[in-house]
Design a protein around this ligand. Structure first.
Ligand code: SAH
Ligand code: SF4
Ligand code: F3S
Length: 465
């Protein structure tokens, strides 16, 4: 019997499962979505298990020494996996890639790929280089890259983050970001608005616009202005049932126009993250923060006048070079005056290449720890007192889903981003706004009961727009 011999060819071994872990700030979270957007377009699949991955990527942070130590620890974990499956590609993305460049590859043999924040477009090329047995290195910074046209890969959900600008030109003396992220540049207003429209169509309810200093945002092509206040107003108009937040504002550049814009649009959250760093003018000057405590407090007062009920959060560094006991007390004093809703609090960590690195890191580890502890305790006390003041008050809460501890409770968020726990009511879907009366509070969490009279599924009424 004759017949054609059928030849079965095995498909080429496809190496396309990507696993990625994200460290650092929200900008890295947003960048990971851009990276996955780029890779998915090239035919890669995303996996949530390193064991199934052909490519393992760590999107890293360099802001403090311990952020980098964590990554070295994680690389140690992947060593075993790489011994068992030497063909797996291990790549470092993000700020550590940019800071350490090829040193990372020389130091850590398991690293095949080092790609900084402005080179993600070429990541597929660098991955190919690594699969061919070479090391893929892409660490050029760009003055123009904003990934404006890239569609980020986002899972469905309620909250989303959008980078509206990249880089930082402030050069605070303690900070690596201007070196790892390069110069400031903004996305077009139009492209941000389009992205928010598509999030609205997917029923996202909470969007945060991101930048290291969003007040420097500027779309020069935009006909009538195009500063950050204009961007916020345009985004707020897309969907009145979508809450809009932003971070971070530098205290030097926050304009009255921006404050009035926040006051005008009900879905722009009445909450401003305004890092103070220190309460001492001498230290602020050494940090090159370019404002004084007086300017900062005046700004807080103006914001309170223009935006009724506005709340603030901040960042604080303990133990900057030469910080005295008096400087430390001045920081505690500012905290008492502003009464922040929340704060991110850190021990100063010297970063090579920054100006402060050349200063003598003369505050001992023990004193740094002690001061940080005092700052944390004061903030917890203030947060507790402020949350106690909310007892008996009504808050509009966006229900996000079951609480972490129990399916009998829902967790949601207030306009000022505080977590509220309420009894789970099966008639309410996550993504709905409800009025809640607060009846209990700790320093970190509010507890409340659903108010009956509210038409929970009429979001427009609840938000009164
Ligand atoms: N662009 C934002 C902050 C980005 S980094 C801003 O200017 O507010 C987030 C926070 O990390 C900073 O506000 C600062 O408080 C802290 N930080 C930055 N570098 C640090 C360092 N070397 N040591 C300790 N904390 C640092
Ligand atoms: Fe760093 Fe200062 Fe820029 Fe913030 S504003 S990213 S602290 S240099
Ligand atoms: Fe870290 Fe880079 Fe963000 S250093 S804080 S990941 S900008």
């Amino acid at each position: 019997m004759t017949g054609k011999l059928k030849i079965f060819t095995l498909p080429l071994m496809q190496k396309n499962n990507v696993y990625i872990e994200t460290y650092g700030c929200q900008m890295n979270v947003a960048d990971t979505e851009i990276v996955l957007g780029i890779l998915k377009k090239q035919g890669y699949d995303v996996t949530d298990k390193p064991d199934n991955a052909d490519i393992i990527l760590l999107n890293t942070c360099s802001i403090r020494e311990n952020a980098e130590q964590r990554i070295y620890g994680r690389l140690g974990n992947f060593k075993t996996l790489k011994t068992q499956r030497p063909e797996v590609i291990v790549g470092i993305l993000g700020c550590m890639a940019e800071r350490l460049k090829k040193d990372l590859i020389e130091e850590k043999k398991i690293v095949d790929l080092v790609v900084g924040p402005d080179e993600y477009r070429r990541l597929p090329e660098y991955i190919d280089v690594a699969f061919n047995g070479d090391k893929g290195i892409g660490v050029k910074l760009s003055r123009t890259e904003t990934y404006d046209d890239i569609e980020p890969h986002r899972e469905d959900g309620l909250s989303a983050w959008i980078s509206v600008m990249r880089g930082c030109d402030k050069f605070c003396t303690f900070c690596v970001v201007p070196f790892t992220r390069g110069r400031e540049r903004s996305r077009s207003l139009e492209s941000v608005v389009k992205e928010v429209e598509s999030l609205s169509a997917r029923r996202f309810k909470d969007v945060t616009l991101l930048g290291q200093n969003v007040n420097s945002y500027l779309d020069e092509q935009f006909a009538n202005g195009g500063d950050f206040a204009d961007l916020l107003a345009a985004v707020a108009k897309v969907d009145r049932t979508m809450r809009v937040r932003f971070t971070t504002s530098h205290p030097q550049d926050l304009s009255d126009k921006l404050l009035h814009t926040i006051a005008k649009h009900p879905n722009l959250c009445n909450h401003i993250h305004l890092p103070v760093q220190s309460g001492s003018n001498r230290i602020l000057e050494l940090m090159n923060r370019t404002y004084t405590v007086e300017h900062y407090l005046d700004l807080i007062e103006r914001a309170k006048r223009i935006i009724p009920g506005v709340s603030f959060s901040t960042d604080i560094i303990a133990g900057f070079p030469t910080e005295t006991w008096e400087d430390h007390l001045a920081t505690l004093d500012v905290m008492r005056q502003v009464r922040y809703d929340g704060a991110y609090m850190f021990k100063y960590s010297p970063r090579e290449g920054t100006k402060a690195f050349k200063m003598n890191d003369d505050v001992t580890e023990e004193i740094k720890s002690k001061r940080l502890q005092e700052i944390i305790e004061l903030q917890q006390q203030i947060s507790f007192e402020k949350n106690q003041e909310l007892i008996g008050k009504e808050e509009t809460v966006l229900v996000e889903g079951f609480s972490r501890k129990s399916d009998d409770f829902y967790a949601g968020r207030t306009d000022s981003n505080k977590v509220v726990i309420i009894s789970a009511d099966r008639n309410i879907q996550p993504g709905t706004y409800v009025k809640v009366k607060i009846n209990k509070a700790t320093h970190a969490t509010l507890f409340g009961e659903l108010m009956n009279e509210v038409q929970i599924d009429d979001e427009k009424i609840v938000l009164s727009v």
